[in-house]
Design a protein around this ligand. Structure first.
Ligand SMILES: *[C@@H]1O[C@H](CO)[C@@H](O)[C@H](O)[C@H]1NC(C)=O
Ligand SMILES: [Ca+2]
Length: 488
């Protein structure tokens, strides 16, 4: 997300020199297309064999592919909190301390949410005259104080939580859909263009998160089943948004960034997506859990059809984002000089809850802790690493390797299969750099107050705004605050 802050500042300099005909007050518009549980291997351009994503593939042909872009967490809520705050979950509070190394999110009974002290991207943009809209899944807390309007968004069309059921059930209320304007994404873009007011559209579609869904015209279209139908419909949506930008003649003033919030849900087996050549998936800190199918599109500003190595240095993009994500001070997220920010190499930290599981420095990744999922869950049929078994990695209990991390070279071994031997010269030369990066990180780490520790039935969506008008409010049960249980 820092990219956008960064480009905002960079663009302002550029605009001062060149100027725009239709100028949005000299600002660049931002569109983030965030997929839910879509894997690295789900796009044709990333090698999906059925080749069912022509619009996403075209976006990549016109933009740049970022094959080693990471989410900040292998699960929805913390990943999204990082995307919008530019800070790791351990800092913005989107983690739990109920048990060591457990993933947590914001189900309907969660008490916490995005803290007020976090400055979200739309809040920063508002200061620069932008109007922001979120369409889709919020997932940063559902109590009124946590909703998008209180955190910088001007418009919200979507749901505060995941859309999974049960539905029409009085014991668990349905997840409400908020709609405060008669616009969808395209109408929002059109209206903003007419006003020449800069905009940020956060398009957080959740159709590829279980239970999957697709609209009638897309049902049965994919060789992959319902998951593929959902991907095809999203691909269509991406095409619509990009062609709208072209039609309005504002493509060069709009940076579009496509990615996903976490790896594909391998536990869903044939009903989930694909993480391509990577190990395991969603919920894990292996590559399959956090490496995302990412494309940046900005005609006239990003050279088309590139992968990683470009004259703009986009291959350092990941590092840049993480550089900002893990900065303790908001002020430091602003970059005054594009090159100075882009050419800073920063490590990538893989967290599971409160536990630093792994770190990537350059092409090397060291696992300090390893865990797939518990034996108990595995015996119930949940497997985050189906068909994959790497010794000491895909293990059924949390294993501590912090004294002698398991080291892999991701450039050669992106599947994390071949551990570099601890007595090798390579290991001995790399590990000190990793150790230094971890020490630096921990020395500067100021943990946020954990937001995902407590659950209470009383905070569920029993009586969301608007329920009175349609006579659908449910009685709110008495408060029953307790520690949430996180099995993964
Ligand atoms: C790796 O796993 C094997 C078999 O479980 C075990 O004997 C060995 O100690 C483990 N190695 C490390 C470094 O943990
Ligand atoms: Ca997700």
């Amino acid at each position: 997300m820092a990219l956008f802050t960064l480009c905002l500042v960079f663009l302002q300099c550029l605009v001062a020199i060149t100027g725009y005909p239709k100028d949005f007050n000299g600002k660049t518009n931002f569109v983030v297309l965030l997929m839910d549980d879509m894997g690295w291997g789900d796009l044709g351009v990333y090698g999906e064999p059925n080749r069912e994503t022509p619009n996403m593939d075209q976006m990549a042909a016109e933009g740049v592919l970022l094959p080693d872009f990471y989410s900040a967490n292998p699960l929805c809520s913390p990943s999204r909190a990082s995307l919008l705050s530019g800070r790791l979950p351990i800092r913005n509070g989107f983690y739990t301390t109920n048990m060591r190394g457990r993933n947590a999110y914001t189900p309907q009974d969660i008490m916490g949410g995005i803290p007020d002290y976090e400055i979200l991207l739309p809040e920063i943009l508002k200061e620069h005259g932008y109007r922001s809209k979120i369409i889709g899944k919020w997932h940063l807390g559902q109590q009124p104080q946590y909703l998008p309007h209180n955190h910088g968004f001007d418009e919200f069309f979507g749901a505060p939580n995941c859309h999974f059921g049960p539905y029409n059930n009085k014991n668990t209320p349905n997840v409400p859909v908020y709609k405060d304007a008669n616009m969808e994404g395209i109408e929002f873009i059109e209206a903003q263009t007419q006003k020449s007011e800069p905009f940020f559209l956060y398009w957080a579609a959740d159709a590829t998160h279980g239970p999957m869904y697709a609209s009638k015209p897309f049902l049965g279209k994919s060789a992959r089943g319902l998951y593929g139908d959902a991907v095809i419909e999203l691909d269509y949506g991406v095409g619509q948004i990009l062609s709208t930008l072209k039609r309005l003649g504002i493509a060069e003033q709009t940076l579009v960034f496509f990615s996903s919030d976490n790896g594909a849900a391998t536990y869903a087996k044939l009903e989930g997506g694909s993480n391509g050549p990577f190990l395991c998936g969603k919920e894990t800190t292996f590559e399959g859990g956090m490496r995302e199918p990412t494309i940046a599109w900005w005609p006239g500003n990003i050279p088309p059809g590139k992968v990683r190595f470009t004259d703009l240095g986009w291959e350092y993009f990941v590092m840049v984002l993480h550089h900002f994500m893990e900065h303790p001070n908001h002020e430091k997220r602003y970059c005054i000089n594009f090159n100075a920010c882009v050419f800073v190499h920063r490590p990538i930290f893989y967290y599971r809850g409160d536990l630093l599981m792994a770190v990537r420095v350059g092409n090397y990744k060291a696992h300090l802790w390893t865990w797939a999922n518990s034996l108990e869950e595995f015996q119930k049929g949940t497997d985050f690493c189906p068909g994959q078994n790497v010794q000491n990695m895909t293990v059924r209990q949390q294993e501590d390797h912090s004294q002698q991390p398991l080291l892999f070279n991701l450039a050669k071994d992106y599947g994390e299969k071949y551990q570099i031997k601890p007595n090798s010269a390579e290991y001995k030369s790399v590990i000190p750099k990793i150790t230094a990066a971890v020490k630096e990180h921990l020395d500067h780490l100021k943990k946020g107050e954990p937001q995902l520790n407590y659950c209470d039935d009383a905070v569920m969506n029993w009586a969301p705004p608007g329920c009175k008008e349609i006579g659908q409010c449910l009685p709110i049960p008495p408060s029953n605050k307790q520690l949430c249980y996180w099995p993964h």
